[in-house]
Design a protein around this ligand. Structure first.
Ligand SMILES: *Cc1c(COP(=O)(O)O)cnc(C)c1O
Ligand code: SF4
Length: 395
């Protein structure tokens, strides 16, 4: 379906809003001010299905509707199954809660010592610095909190979170999250990163953001200057489908990379979006072309109203198996399930070990061929050889 990944074929430019002057289109503030946030606005640009109309009405009670004009233009208006459309346009199924679904599917609430910090792992924390995003993903794990449509009582207080991190020397890694941290302005980000950089026990600072994908215009030279000033800052972006890898995203990741930012990608396995090895392969190849390293592929969390997005667990394993050996190792992310109720990320891998005996392990390679490797070394059986002269050291 996506046979040609050459970059000149990637999306660029405008469809709707063609009359908007380029300097406005390229302004992230214009993009935010002109987001689509109501069913009526949506219908102005796109013929909604009755199911989507119902979903859009329900979004006021669950997770707000918002789509940047830039990202909206990636939707194919003729295709009701468009993978971009499914990620951001609500559907009726969001209002139905399956018995296994939860408001806090990965059990964050039990590991939040202060309102803004999730401290689940020994050495690293999530720091939730805002509850807003540039656009809203319909499967968001944190939809209880994000967009505040559910009246979640969240008022990000940086000082409290910073104090917690300062007072806990075991924390060596902070991941700024939310919501989307890049919705904060450069002055606030400069302040936050500066405060974090001043904490002597913090070794590793990273930002999780979907803004490069929803709003690549936000990656300005000025923002890149903030990253350079406090670097190294790592970033995880969030792209799920090759159509999201546009010329604009390419340029944004280039600016980030030139500012010294290593970039990873986290994607969520979504039914009808990327649950296909060929689509997924195209996504990760495009990411590598943008110097973005695929990091995690998440099984969709058990968030309320997500059954229409969730695949069987085998699907993720099938995708990883199809990739291993058939493409660059750098392109292959780790497939994980975030353990419901607070287990953290648990890796799931295809099984290449067929059998383990006392003497050896029996392995299968990516082609299904069998190989044997001794289970333990046996130095007592080694043949003794005279050491050869080390000629390569001669000059
Ligand atoms: C994902 C996550 C992290 C970071 O995990 P890594 O595997 O180091 O990327 C940290 N804290 C929480 C609560 C998380 O969900
Ligand atoms: S950008 Fe992240 S936090 Fe925001 S809606 Fe999407 S998944 Fe949720």
């Amino acid at each position: 379906m996506y046979p040609n990944d050459r970059r000149e074929n990637w999306f660029r430019g405008q469809g709707h809003w063609a009359d908007v002057p380029e300097e406005k289109w390229k302004s992230w503030r214009w993009q935010l001010q002109n987001r689509i946030t109501t069913a009526d606005e949506l219908e102005h640009y796109l013929e909604l299905t009755p199911d989507e109309r119902m979903g859009a009405r329900f979004s006021a009670y669950k997770l707000s509707l918002a789509i940047t004009p830039y990202f909206f233009n990636l939707i194919d208006p003729k295709d009701p199954e468009c993978p971009i459309r499914k990620q951001v346009i609500p559907r009726g199924a969001e209002s139905r809660t399956a018995p296994e679904e939860l408001l806090d599917p990965v059990g964050e609430e039990s590991t939040m010592p202060v309102d803004t910090v999730v401290h689940r792992y020994p050495d690293r924390v999530l720091f939730l610095v805002t509850d807003r995003c540039a656009a809203y993903c319909r499967y968001c794990t944190r939809s209880r909190l994000v967009s505040n449509a559910q009246d979640y009582n969240f008022h990000p207080n940086f000082e409290e979170g910073l104090r917690y991190i300062e007072e806990h020397p075991e924390i060596r890694d902070v991941l700024l999250s939310g919501g989307d941290p890049l919705l904060l302005n450069d002055v606030k980000l400069d302040y936050l990163l500066g405060r974090l950089r001043a904490i002597p026990h913090l070794e590793f600072i990273r930002i999780g953001s979907r803004i490069p994908v929803f709003l690549p215009q936000r990656i300005t030279e000025k923002f890149c200057g903030v990253l350079r000033k406090h670097g190294p800052i790592w970033m995880s972006i969030h792209a799920n489908h090759p159509k999201e890898c546009t010329q604009e995203l390419y340029e944004a990741t280039e600016r980030l990379a030139l500012a010294g930012t290593p970039i990873g990608n986290q994607s969520v396995l979504l039914k009808g979006v990327n649950d296909d090895p060929e689509v997924y392969r195209s996504l990760i190849h495009r990411l590598l072309m943008m110097r973005v390293r695929p990091y995690y592929l998440y099984q969709c969390d058990l968030i309320t109203g997500s059954a229409h997005f969730r695949t069987g667990v085998e699907k993720g394993v099938e995708i990883i198996r199809a990739l291993r050996g058939n493409t660059s190792g750098y392109a292959i992310p780790q497939f994980v399930i975030d353990g419901p109720g607070g287990g953290g990320k648990i890796p799931i891998n295809p099984d290449y070990v067929r059998e383990v005996t006392d003497e050896e392990v029996v392995l299968t390679n990516y082609e299904g061929r069998e190989f044997r490797y001794p289970r333990y070394p046996s130095p007592e059986n080694a043949a003794v050889e005279e050491p050869a002269p080390v000629e390569y050291l001669a000059d």
